[in-house]
Design a protein around this ligand. Sequence first.
Ligand SMILES: Nc1nc(=O)c2c([nH]1)NC[C@@H]1CN(c3ccc(C(=O)N[C@@H](CCC(=O)O)C(=O)O)cc3)CN21
Ligand SMILES: CC(C)C(=O)C(=O)O
Ligand SMILES: [Mg+2]
Length: 278
Amino acid sequence: MSAAKITTSVIRQRKETGKKITMLTAYDFSMAKLLDDSGIDMLLVGDSLGNVILGYDSTLPVTMEDMIHHTRAVSRGAQKAMVVADMPFMSYQVSVEDALRNAGRLMKEAGAQAVKLEGGREVRAAVEAIVQAGIPVIGHLGLTPQAVHSLGGFKVQGKSREDAKKILEDAKILEESGVFAIILECVPALLAEKITHSLAIPIIGIGAGAQCDGQVLVTHDLLGIYSGFSPKFVKKFADLHSSVTEAILGYKTQVENGTFPGPEHSFPIDSEILERLY
Ligand SMILES: Nc1nc(=O)c2c([nH]1)NC[C@@H]1CN(c3ccc(C(=O)N[C@@H](CCC(=O)O)C(=O)O)cc3)CN21
Ligand SMILES: CC(C)C(=O)C(=O)O
Ligand SMILES: [Mg+2]
């Protein structure tokens, strides 16, 4: 069965229809297929793979090669869902030329349908150039994890009047620059609601309350298999840590006591064939 791809126009329309956008992270083929089969609209190959897959303590060390490698795998598993690739730290900040070349690689070499980058007015020129090249862009405001060191930690953003105003202004600047959606991370719910109502493009929240046009989460967090951070905004919809541990202990026990593999997992041969073999 070939399902039609979710396009940027489908995502934009959700603002009018009110049907919520669902987005989740995927870093590999098998998970991409699972999420796609479940009808998730957008798969984000997040640079959070630095934490979740590669074991770094931030997203800063993630490279273009890492992102291309994982985006290629996810693209192979996504029939319907839109594949969005995060632009890693320092792949779009140095120059507009770099930003455009790297966005192009994620589309051309890795099969993404859109790219995402962090920041507001400071990335305006990069966003405009990428959009002009025909590449759909998603913005990312509020808690921008690539700026963890200048933000002084993973903290809620936009709590002061000044900070709230700056985030709203940045959202409008990104909209004018041509992004088709914005991820809003870790901001007070009422600020997210105001931004959602002030813009014509969809706002996809993470730790930004229920009034956004859609939601995104790190899949490993909602499944209960990542224990590096536990932000308040994560809801564990499953406890895979426990069920995976139980399965692995079952395997270990059965190998050690000889009950696995059983005859049903083994291949037969006529015993005559083995006679006088030695
Ligand atoms: N697995 C995973 N999940 C994520 O959500 C995620 C990543 N990795 N890697 C990149 C960033 C890091 N993120 C984080 C990490 C920690 C908090 C956190 O603990 N926030 C505090 C805020 C406390 C406050 O300011 O009041 C919290 O309690 O939620 C938030 C976002 C989001 N991203
Ligand atoms: C948390 C989401 C929005 C993200 O940017 C990532 O997974 O890298
Ligand atoms: Mg990211």
